[in-house]
Design a protein around this ligand. Structure first.
Ligand SMILES: C[S@@+](CC[C@H](N)C(=O)[O-])C[C@H]1O[C@@H](n2cnc3c(N)ncnc32)[C@H](O)[C@@H]1O
Length: 493
């Protein structure tokens, strides 16, 4: 990553006072003359050259562009000042237009913002400055406070070069190995921890799920190992209109030595109500368990065939291509949204009415036998543009995935209220995409597990991640399985 390479340091920052807005190589930049340092304008393309292709970088930057509402900026500063009265140096990684510099009391503020186009409207306070460089290119380690709202970009949308380079910086500065499933905000949170002094404070607007999701475990462990105190304030879902993620203000206080974790949720009048646990219930988050290898009964996420668009078909698509049931395609379930909550069994009748006749993707190509001439013709008819996913392009035969066995029970992974839908899989459908499968159960145990899911309050043990939506992760389904069918225990690592 070009801009994460500190050899750029001397080139990017020089002590030439500059005031105002300029355009050089198509790049506008603004800097506060009081800060006595400015950018030698490096174009955004130069700054991001080593992140990946132009398209990948554009997608990443596009996903980053979310502004923090003023009331949240003020709320973050209020929480900071409850813990610190005098603040010398503030840094903000992914500073946008520098809006966090406008509230709060501090001596100096320095914002890092890669995209100079974000600072068209100058929101800087008099004692603040913006630098148009990559946040990961700094070696700051003496900030009193690191504030901000880092990008939420999902791991799938992170340019490869960005991820590799940011992971290297974090490894070097914290010793933490970031999970490959980590989204952008995790790298920024670790950078914030590395950039604040030993008694510093980190105050970031990040998804609330950080308090419980397995992909953020390395971050939580790092904080716990250091004994820092944490307060997580869950914000109301309407806070960021465009973002489908429940946000929070995360306060990590490095002065703390007791490793105390506290949870709060914002009320409609803008106050914070203490929560007994991340989910609000006494038992806390439904634990994540790992499957013991070689076990016959297990849970697994739905198959990712490479592209559902062409490797799964609706009834009409199947008929149009003349594909034969059982020979060319097998039943599959990609979602349980059409199934009534009272339905406990996926029978032929339910499959016909709610999937085949409802136009759902409900047939999966068979890849465990040589394709018939009909299937070959179908595969030949797929334009290259429809199979440009990484999974398909990396395969010897773009369409040939390993054929899974049907699950005994199919469970929706997402749900809104008390529990996800779950059905016994009498039609031997393959679980695809956002549904999970429980495998290896006898008919009797399948009935028992469906009954158990249908009477459980799983919502109480799962943190909502967007607009009231909860996701039952495979590790949590494993825990549930072990509790509901103890005879399969010990089944957990
Ligand atoms: C969610 S926005 C927040 C902007 C502003 N702080 C606010 O709260 O309104 C995140 C910002 O991070 C910037 N950004 C993304 N990656 C960056 C990087 N590696 N270095 C510096 N800034 C980055 C984006 O351009 C974007 O402006």
């Amino acid at each position: 990553m070009n801009c994460c390479d500190c050899s750029h340091g001397s080139r990017a920052l020089v002590s030439v006072p500059y005031s105002g807005q300029s355009s050089l190589a198509g790049v506008r930049w603004i800097i506060n003359p009081l800060y006595q340092c400015t950018n030698v304008a490096i174009s955004l393309r130069d700054l991001t050259r080593e992140w990946g292709s132009y398209e990948d970088v554009a997608l990443y930057l596009n996903r980053c562009q979310v502004d923090t509402p003023d009331r949240v900026v003020t709320a973050v500063w209020t929480l900071i000042h409850e813990r610190r009265e005098r603040i010398e140096k503030v840094i903000d990684f992914g500073a946008g237009d520098g809006r966090f510099s406008q509230a709060g009391r501090y001596r100096r503020y320095l914002g890092y913002e890669i995209d100079s186009g974000r600072s068209d409207v100058c929101a800087l306070a008099a004692n603040a400055a913006l630098v148009h460089r990559c946040a990961f290119s700094t070696r700051i380690a003496d900030a009193d406070v690191c504030i901000g709202n880092p990008p939420y970009v999902r791991n799938q949308d992170l340019p490869d070069g960005w991820r590799a380079s940011a992971a290297k910086v974090i490894r070097r500065r914290t010793g933490v190995e970031v999970s490959g499933l980590a989204n952008a905000w995790q790298y920024f949170t670790l950078l914030a921890l590395a950039s604040t002094k030993a008694t510093g404070l980190v105050a970031l607007v990040i998804p609330y799920e950080w308090v419980s999701r397995p992909s953020a475990k390395a971050l939580r462990d790092y904080i716990a190992d250091n004994g820092w105190d944490v307060a997580a304030y869950r914000l109301r879902d309407e806070t960021f209109h465009r973002v489908l993620t429940t946000s929070s203000i995360a306060i990590i206080d490095k002065r703390g030595t007791g490793g105390k974790w506290q949870y709060f949720e914002e009320t409609v009048d803008g106050d914070y109500r203490p929560l007994a646990s991340p989910t609000g219930n006494r038992e806390g988050v439904l634990q994540y368990s790992r499957r013991k290898s070689g076990r016959e009964v297990f849970a697994k996420r739905g198959l990712s065939p490479g592209t559902q668009e062409v490797l799964t078909l609706t009834e009409e698509e199947r008929m149009r291509s003349g594909l034969k049931i059982g020979v060319d395609v097998v039943p599959c379930i990609t979602s349980l949204r059409n199934v009534h909550p009272t339905c406990a069994t996926l029978t032929d009748e339910v499959f016909r009415r709610n999937f085949r006749e409802a136009g759902m993707k409900c047939w999966l190509l068979r890849t465990d036998r040589e394709p018939s001439e009909r299937l070959r013709a179908y595969l030949r008819s797929i334009p290259a543009s429809k199979r440009q996913t990484r999974t398909c392009t990396e395969r010897a035969q773009w369409w040939r995935f390993t054929m899974p066995v049907p699950a005994s029970v199919i469970v929706a992974s997402g749900f809104r209220h008390v529990r996800p839908k779950a059905v016994r899989n009498v039609v031997s459908a393959v679980a695809v995409g956002s549904v999970s499968g429980i495998y290896g159960l006898s008919d009797r145990d399948s009935r028992q597990i469906v009954r158990a899911i249908r009477s459980a309050d799983l919502g109480a043990g799962i943190v909502t991640h967007s607009n009231g939506l909860r996701k039952l992760e495979i590790g949590q389904l494993e825990t549930f399985l072990a509790r509901a069918l103890p005879k399969h225990s010990p089944m957990l690592d």
